[in-house]
Design a binder for this molecule. Sequence first.
Ligand code: PHE
Ligand code: ZN
Length: 890
Amino acid sequence: MRTDIASQPLTIFRKDYIAPGFWVDTVEMGFDLDPIATHVATRMTMRRNHDSSEKNLVLFGETIKLLQLRMNGVNLKKSAYSIADGKLTILNAPDVVTLEIETVIAAGKNTSMSGLYVSNGNFFTQCEAEGFRKITYYPDRPDVMGTFTIMLRGDKKKYPVLLSNGNLIAEGDLGDGRHYATWEDPFKKPSYLFALVAGKLVCQEEKYKLKSGRKVLLQVWVEAGNLDKTQHAMDSLKNSIRWDEERFGLELDLDRFMIVATSDFNMGAMENKGLNIFNTKYVLANPSIATDVDYAGIESVVGHEYFHNWTGNRVTCRDWFQLSLKEGLTVFRDQEFSADLVGTETGRAVKRIEDVRVLRQVQFSEDAGPMAHPVRPDSFVEINNFYTVTIYEKGAEVVRMYYTLLGHDGFRKGMDLYFKRHDGQAVACDDFRAAMADSSGHDLAQFERWYSQAGTPRVKAETSYDADAKIYQITLSQTCPDTPGQSKKLPFHIPVAIGLLGADGKDLKLQLEGQTTTSNNTLVLELTAESQTFRFTGITQKPTPSILRNFSAPVVLEYAYTDEELGHLLANDSDPFNRWEAGQRLATRRLVKLTNAVQKGEELELDAMFIEALRATLNDTTLDPSFREVVLTLPSEAMIAEEFAVVDPQSIHTARQFVRASLAQHLKSDLLSAYENNLTPGKYSPDAVSAAKRGLKNVALAYLLAWPDDATFMLAKTQFDEAQNMTDRLAALSGLSNFSGSAKNTKAAAQSLQKFYKDFKNEALVIDKWFMLQASAYTCDVAKVRELMKHSAFTLSNPNRARSLIFNFCNANPARFHAADGSGYALWAELVIALNKLNPQVAARLARSLDRWKKYPQNLQAHMKAALQKVAETKKLSKDVLEVVSKALA
Ligand code: PHE
Ligand code: ZN
């Protein structure tokens, strides 16, 4: 254990928030770009905040060299200020201050991808959350907002393109081979939204007319050679602009909006004002390199960053504990954007299903582990560790619950009031809730607990039917497990959307006892107490309840459904989400039972009821292919693991494979027809209809390969060889690389993998797929990962590449990662330690892979604990990694 107390990082608490001692009005900066030593001259005007208890002028700075510090025209003596722990404090500053600061940055050596850094010879910045302090000393906190004017100077040949936020107001030659560009952002902003980009880049651009008639310039900047991959991002940007005008009445407020792609990026993308910087993964696409999933991902991330312009930038966060104010809301907005673009009711439901899958698989797991935290955390050590599925995805669920409670128009009114009150301000989650409550008159006081209490609530439903009185009664009770630092949770305000199905599968008319509102299909019950009973009147037959329709709250619903009831819901529910859910419940039940059977060495068997239910769905051509695809997809191994108190990854894998093989065997001809009937010949288009067909076809193919013969192998091989797009090619290759058939076929599969590499070796994003596919295949064990790490195309220093091989192995290949000898964990520890030196943020993400170690059998636990301890005892551990592993070990 660590003994050097001094190096223990500080926990920061929400309750300690103090308003800044000084505000910033204007910021002017000059950059002389040079990878070895970039000189930055900053001049800012500041004034005292008389309402703050902080009397000193406090600036933050890290990893930079301070050359000069002048206050109101005078060089500051060393005695006039102090620098300690990344804080520069000026004592006795006057009320009105002009500060001039000169700093130097070694951007070329910055491997953290935070602050100013170099990628492929080009300069980029990443300032959220606290990267601006690696550029200059500054009150780097989101509630300090100023207007920025930026002058960039650099070598014309090396850095022909010079970009920053806002509008280009001047550019020109400086002689001696250098040039400059001056950018002015008319909107005041916190420093985390600052950005600059400089280097050799090219762009696709377009003039776009807003609804108001104003014309704006849209640009997508990429490295030379990638201009054939920018159209989809441009289309997505235009769709985003139009959608925000139509759905929320929000217009683009700048004359120019730029997207820049870089292959070295820690996250998906960043919403810097007017200059969004993106991971190439979320920009570059054409049919030969990107899959349908990639196309959808680009659309949603482009939307997400664009929507931040209002939810995040125009109205920003008071402090980082309020992160979900912008992230939860913006994820909700991008989810709605994607759903609206698909348009159909089933399309919306499938999008909802996909989002809920992520929530359950990743967020529910986070909520049950050592890093569990509320949507608005009370404390953190390193803010970068709190860009989590809880802040983002659960935060979006919380926003969605307002939408469910207030309705479409009610929610819009709340949004309008939010902007009316807070445009130009840095605010808190409570302010958003107040806007929703005040605009609707709905009492949302108790709703606050969604922000303050961590953990996934469990809602238990019990029902009874009184045929004589024609009353159907449902009792809902809620509990929430303890989480680190929080026990004895108080009841949440939970919207529970419910419908009742008759024997004919149709919705019954709903009338709650003593209430006037009725519905022909769904009613939203508001569960606010620990337990509440709701009585429906005029119910003439015992119904099948469809509870938590469209997943109306982020909870676990327990109800003792019979298989027959689930079959009835799967076949008939008018709510497509719950229709799917019924199928998942049927599957989960069987997967759990079979996992237990594997452990006991019993014979495995899959019942006819389940097989026939899936057959009926597969063959029901009135159902959208995308819906059939999600019903056919079994819960992942990670989802199944959540059902167990003690997780045995190997048995789960065996059971799931058994179910896949049995289904393939019994549904073989149905799967073949589904395959044949959903071909999409002709030119590739990523539209929802053709993507859905490819999705169903490729799920059918994956099943067929789970019970393979030479003919199905040839089907996959042919699809791989003749594919006209990456979706089909990758799906076929994935099937082949998971293949366990004859030696001859296995060899042919390996050759396909090699051919894929050769054909795409110059496309980094495709090579990421090549690593990813192998890392997550059951055929890939620890030794194979080590071998792949030696491949010339592998590097730990590129986050996308590290994720493609290492993260996929540790997170998406549980049966191999959790090898009984602990070799997976040893590899994990080695790599967390190696990444810690290069890129603490990425290292800390990988560190999270062992969060749930206490859920595994004793022998695995011992190996995991040893690996965690090995990391914890490493010298020079970043705050990022230290926080994660010490919480895991606590
Ligand atoms: N704010 C970014 C987003 O959600 C994510 C991000 C956070 C990117 C921190 C980089 C660093 O869109
Ligand atoms: Zn975001």
